[in-house]
Design a protein around this ligand. Structure first.
Ligand code: ADP
Length: 258
């Protein structure tokens, strides 16, 4: 990584760790002390989340450097280091993404975008990962236009698809729908995966919240995907809801009110 890139990353991280949690409609009752507490909690979890993989990497590298690893085990140890550092990079990517979203109050240059085209492109990216797990993706769509940011909407759909693949088992089915409804333009992503318990449904949009931490880690999660999705929805004044049944699957609906 170049020095300049590093500086950029640290700057973004610094901004991220000092984000003011902007109260939205639902928490307009929050006072300064609440916001300050949320910020402290967030800084603590972000530091912890970054420290965990780094501790593993450092431990394995030290053992290798001290000659404590047999040549036959070298491959396994380097793979572990590779896996943990990939996780850290994903985390940092998500953190930078979130901090950029937090900076702007709105979308800079809204343009007319076709949700169906954006969803179609995102599906292409996930088709391979889905196929490897024996998961089929079905796509039902019609040209559906909104004013927004194509890159951000692409990220939104990708995050939902990523979760649908991650939290579905072998032979699962994913159905993506894009079209106009009575409520407005809509994208929905339905999976036949593990589902989300009722008590966790509201909380999954919080930063670093995971229903099953070890499972999320195993499938390469960061706990930030849905908070990024929520931010992108807010920037587009879109609503997000989830319907889910444990053991049956989940559907995420994003609606752009008329
Ligand atoms: P992660 O990186 O852990 O997937 P997210 O913010 O994207 O983080 O999601 C938060 C949590 O919500 C996940 O850890 C998982 O427990 C739950 N979740 C999200 N999407 C789904 C889904 N499609 N099916 C089941 N659980 C899900």
């Amino acid at each position: 990584m170049s020095e300049e890139k590093k500086r950029e990353m640290y700057k973004a991280l610094g901004r991220f760790l000092h984000i003011e949690e902007k109260p939205d409609n639902t928490d307009s009752g929050k006072d300064k002390a609440d916001i300050e507490r949320m910020r402290r909690e967030f800084t603590a979890s972000a530091s912890h989340e970054l420290k965990t993989p780094l501790t593993t990497i450092s431990g394995y590298a030290e053992m290798m450097a001290n000659g404590m690893v047999k040549p036959a085990d070298m491959r396994e140890f380097s793979l572990k280091i590779y896996k943990e550092s990939s996780r850290m990079l994903r985390l940092i990517d998500d953190i930078i993404n979130l901090s950029e979203l937090d900076e702007g109050a709105g979308i800079e240059n809204p343009e007319k975008v076709d949700l169906a085209q954006i969803a179609g492109e995102a599906i292409l990216v996930y088709e391979k990962a889905a196929k490897e797990k024996g998961i089929q993706i079905f796509f039902s769509h019609e040209p559906t236009y909104i004013m927004g940011d194509a890159i951000l909407i692409g990220e939104l759909v990708s995050n939902l698809l990523d979760n649908a693949v991650k939290y579905s088992g072998e032979g699962g089915r994913i159905r993506v729908f894009v079209g106009d409804t009575t409520k407005g333009a809509e994208i929905s992503v339905k999976d036949s995966g593990i589902g989300i318990p009722e008590k966790d449904k509201e909380r999954i949009f919080e930063r670093f919240y995971r229903v099953d931490k070890s499972r999320s880690k195993r499938v390469g999660g960061t706990g930030l995907g849905l908070s990024i999705v929520k931010h992108i929805c807010a920037l587009h004044s879109a609503d997000i809801r989830v319907k889910s049944e444990v053991g049956k699957g989940s559907t995420f609906y994003v609606t752009f009110p008329k």
